[in-house]
Design a protein around this ligand. Structure first.
Ligand SMILES: NC(=O)c1ccc[n+]([C@@H]2O[C@H](COP(=O)([O-])OP(=O)(O)OC[C@H]3O[C@@H](n4cnc5c(N)ncnc54)[C@H](O)[C@@H]3O)[C@@H](O)[C@H]2O)c1
Length: 431
């Protein structure tokens, strides 16, 4: 009985694999047709061909499956149409996060801040959320493009990601009689994005949210993926939701006003993504010329995050690779007690999780970015913080290891093994 089940499943798996291969081939042909028609100035969509296409092949399908086949083909054709539409309208500097009806675009373009209304529906009530460390003109540039804008400026810093600020944003929306048709726009770093997104997710059970990230961290990472939250009872990101933005607008020009230390800290997360998923991006960091490659660094980092989010929206598996360097990094952050910033701790946290060869190369990259390369925190304080981390279980943790740039392995290890790797990295440093 079991054998029968297994062999039927094996047949399904083999067919699914073949369908995936054939489907990719079909989409490549769809692209060729689309490119040709565009070149010739012919209309790309042809509805009559679609119905003809389904009926032509119905003969190959057993009668009792005909209805299911039509349903299947309608799905295939809808995906082709969407693909063609995306190719027709999408500028080269736009990426799409494909999450079915929660899909959205990301624009990476210098100077785009003053063209936000071309991409976002701002002809309604808009709550623009920012903080007092973000140059005022950024929020004002967006406000000037809205029909009815309200700017809410909160104090800068992680402390703002709290229940009180969340309450304040909801009150402001209520006071100005926001309805479900109105929206929230975040203009700031990860703190503002997480908080404003959470307020949008909760107000009237969820209204549209747009994100305009203005720090390196938020431009390469936190603005996409839909994780929105506040800190609660001194625990980070404990209360929140998954709420995808409707559009993300990235204007790298806004980074010109960002403090250099913040700038480098955000890039530590891009280095992290390059190590697990894009050897070419890591080489770009190794080339040393960061500022002139910045747009490319943002685009490639976002492409990695986008693909992780598309495969694992709710963080059940693959999304864990984004935590590379974070287990030890969080331990260092706690032990350093505010002396080091998050990105600096992540930079250090990656070192013990790489092979010695990669570690050597990584240190050179971190040094060039002005990030620390040696762990100076008290080792016992780091270890104690790691065992008390809310993400670790009694028996151990899931960690990400990198033996070669662009490749990773997820491993479940106990604390003994984790501490051994940490200690051996420290010893190597002291040699
Ligand atoms: N949602 C996610 O997936 C995700 C991922 C990673 C991190 N995060 C969160 O992101 C937050 C950290 O974000 P961050 O590093 O952007 O910090 P941040 O939002 O605190 O911004 C850092 C500082 O830069 C200032 N600033 C922002 N833009 C500026 C600009 N263009 N010019 C000058 N100053 C500017 C801000 O006022 C602030 O003082 C954390 O709360 C973290 O939990 C979220």
């Amino acid at each position: 009985m079991e054998n029968k089940l297994e062999s039927a499943r094996a047949r399904i798996n083999a067919v699914d694999k073949e369908i995936a291969r054939l489907w990719a081939e079909r989409m490549a042909a769809v692209k060729d047709v689309s490119d040709y028609k565009k070149e010739q100035g012919i209309a790309v969509f042809d509805a009559s061909r679609e119905s003809e296409l389904i009926s032509r092949n119905l003969g190959f399908v057993p009668e009792e499956l005909a209805g299911y086949y039509i349903q299947f083909m309608n799905g295939v054709l809808a995906a082709s149409r969407q693909y063609q539409r995306d190719m027709l309208s999408k500028p080269a500097d736009m990426l799409t996060v494909s999450l079915g009806d929660r899909s959205y675009d990301i624009l990476i373009r210098r100077g785009s801040l003053s063209h936000a209304s071309e991409f976002m529906d701002l002809s309604r009530k808009v709550l623009i959320v920012t903080d007092d460390g973000v140059p005022r003109e950024y929020a004002e540039a967006v406000a000037s493009q809205c029909r009815e804008a309200y700017i809410s400026t909160l104090p800068h810093g992680e402390k703002t990601k709290c229940l009180e600020s969340f309450r304040q944003l909801l009150s402001e929306m209520l006071e100005h009689k926001f309805t479900r048709q109105d929206c929230v726009v975040a203009v700031g770093g990860g703190v503002i994005g997480d908080l404003a997104g959470f307020a949008a997710s909760a107000y009237m059970r969820g209204i549209d949210f747009y994100n305009i990230p203005t720090t390196t961290l938020s431009q390469i990472d936190s603005s996409i993926g839909g994780k929105v939250a506040i800190d609660f009872d001194s625990y980070k990101n404990t209360v929140g939701a998954f709420w995808q933005p409707k559009f993300v607008l990235i204007d790298p020009d806004t980074l010109k006003t960002l403090d250099r230390r913040q700038y480098s800290c955000g890039l530590a997360e891009a280095v992290k993504m390059s190590l697990t998923s894009d050897a070419g991006l890591f080489e770009l960091f190794e080339s040393g010329d960061i500022d002139s490659n910045l747009d490319e660094i943002i685009r490639r980092s976002l492409s990695i995050k986008k693909s992780v989010v598309e495969q694992d929206e709710k963080e059940t598996g693959l999304r864990k690779i984004l935590n590379f360097g974070h287990t030890i990094g969080h331990g260092i952050e706690t032990a350093e007690n505010g002396r080091l910033m998050h990105g600096e701790c992540v930079a250090l946290g990656m070192l013990p999780m790489c092979s010695p060869e990669v570690r050597k190369r990584l240190k050179a990259v971190l040094k060039n970015l002005g990030l620390p390369t040696a762990i100076t925190a008290d080792p016992s304080a780091v270890k104690s913080a790691m065992t008390h981390d809310k993400k670790s279980s009694k028996s151990g943790v899931t960690v990400v290891r990198v033996e070669k740039p662009g490749e990773f392995a997820l491993e479940n290890i106990d604390f003994e093994e984790l501490f051994r790797r940490f200690d051996s990295c420290l010893q190597e440093e002291s040699l």
